[in-house]
Write a protein that binds this ligand. Structure first.
Ligand code: PLP
Length: 393
């Protein structure tokens, strides 16, 4: 059984159950526009929240920080995983409470740590002994308690792009296992620093549940050892990282992918007593948006020059990410291999060197799939191009 996110009916493209060409911003197309279906996110929040072992989902805000999207997570009772003071303040403005935040990131500044401690956020995920020393000093100066998680690097080979792998040797992320004892000494010396959590995040866009299983099993043993010394240690943060298949849009396969991960976790965490936290981002929001764009020119016979570029979706130029394209209207049954390039003055502003589309003319509208994660949140107005408008259906 399959459930395709994109279908053609009478040669018109439907995104879930929405006929895209009926949307006013598309009917009267002016410039690239990002179109969201919130129900696709709510459905996945329900999938994740139905995992009985999960204590809390802290959505990785870096993947998408639109207030309407954050509201879905807030209304479902989720927390947030944030990586800057900017993200904390934005989350607070969107109605989240300090007790909702896990604060990750390798370069937390003094003002950021002060804000986190003053507001007594849920947990700071520490990424180095030097950062922990700074946190401990600030807590002492303020005479305020701080809850910390140690984000360790479990050293797991992850089958993903090296730019989104975070558990390699010499990674800038997480604390090397050899450096953990130094952190434990700092914690033991300061009763204001409460060691609450063992955290790990091995990378993003990982499809194989066995990789997550391997990291959980490694860290579980480590957690149980640490727990003998620290009774405060009750939380086990498994990070995010589950990916989607950008080359297929079968929603049943996504559901199966989630269930397979859940089963792998459940098997590894049998009889394991800890509050399990998750920091998923991409898997929940990636499918929820499409970019609509227009072919401005056709060059060299089969090069489609689009008005949408790397400033609005930098994933392909940053790490060769694949985004599928569809014709908004199917005007021919002939398929042609096109290259798809953006308008930005960079040679890397290329989405595809060869991608099959139905025969396409200048000014035709195209639809780029799976733009809900790490697309708008990474956008810039480089070349003083507009950051695209976002609309919800
Ligand atoms: C610490 C941390 N947690 C969670 C995430 C979310 O990852 P993903 O969107 O792949 O689930 C990231 C992203 O890289 C991260 O760095």
């Amino acid at each position: 059984m399959s459930r395709d996110l994109f279908t053609y009916q009478n040669n018109e493209l439907y995104f879930a159950d929405a006929k895209l060409s009926d949307i006013p911003a598309i009917k009267n197309y002016q410039e690239p526009v990002l179109v969201y279906q919130k129900s696709l996110i709510s459905e996945r929040i329900t999938w994740v929240k139905s995992w009985t072992k999960l204590k809390q989902l802290h959505f990785a805000m870096k993947s998408n920080y639109h207030p309407e999207i954050l509201k879905l997570f807030k209304d479902a009772g989720c927390g947030l995983d944030v990586v800057s003071l900017g993200e904390i303040k934005h989350g607070l403005e969107c109605g989240f409470k300090p007790s909702d935040f896990i604060f990750s990131g390798v370069a937390k500044t003094i003002p950021e740590i002060e804000f986190a401690i003053d507001n007594q956020i849920f947990q700071i995920n520490v990424e180095s002994p030097a950062e922990l020393r700074r946190i401990s000093d600030i807590a002492s100066k303020k005479n305020k308690k701080v809850s910390v998680g140690l984000r360790v690097n479990p050293l797991i080979e992850t089958p993903t792009h090296p730019y989104i792998s975070t558990a390699l040797k010499d990674s800038k992320f997480g604390i090397d296992l050899e450096a953990v004892p130094e952190c434990l000494d700092i914690i033991k010396k300061n009763p204001l620093v409460e060691f609450k959590c063992l955290s790990f995040h091995i990378g993003s866009q990982i499809l194989d549940p066995l990789v997550f299983k391997e990291s959980v099993e490694k860290m579980k043993t480590y957690f149980l050892d640490l727990k003998k010394q620290f009774s405060t240690l009750t939380r086990f943060d498994v990070g995010g990282g589950l990916g989607i298949d950008y080359k297929s849009h079968d929603l049943i396969a996504d559901f199966d992918r989630w269930n397979n991960l859940k089963a792998a976790y459940d098997e590894s965490l049998k009889n394991f007593d800890a509050d399990i936290l998750s920091e998923l981002g991409r898997f929940i929001v990636a499918r929820s948006a499409v970019f609509i764009c227009q072919v401005q020119y056709i060059k060299n016979k089969n090069m489609l020059v689009l008005d949408l570029g790397m400033n609005n979706n930098m994933r392909p130029s940053l790490y060769q990410a694949h985004h599928h394209f569809y014709n908004l209207k199917k005007n021919s049954s002939n398929q042609v291999n096109y290259s798809l390039v953006g308008p930005i003055c960079e040679s890397s502003d290329v989405f595809h060197r060869s991608f099959p589309l139905f025969e396409t003319k200048e000014m035709d509208l195209l639809v780029m799939a799976d733009c809900g994660a790490y697309v708008r949140s990474m956008a810039s107005n480089y070349n003083l191009k507009n950051i695209a408008q976002e609309i919800f259906i």
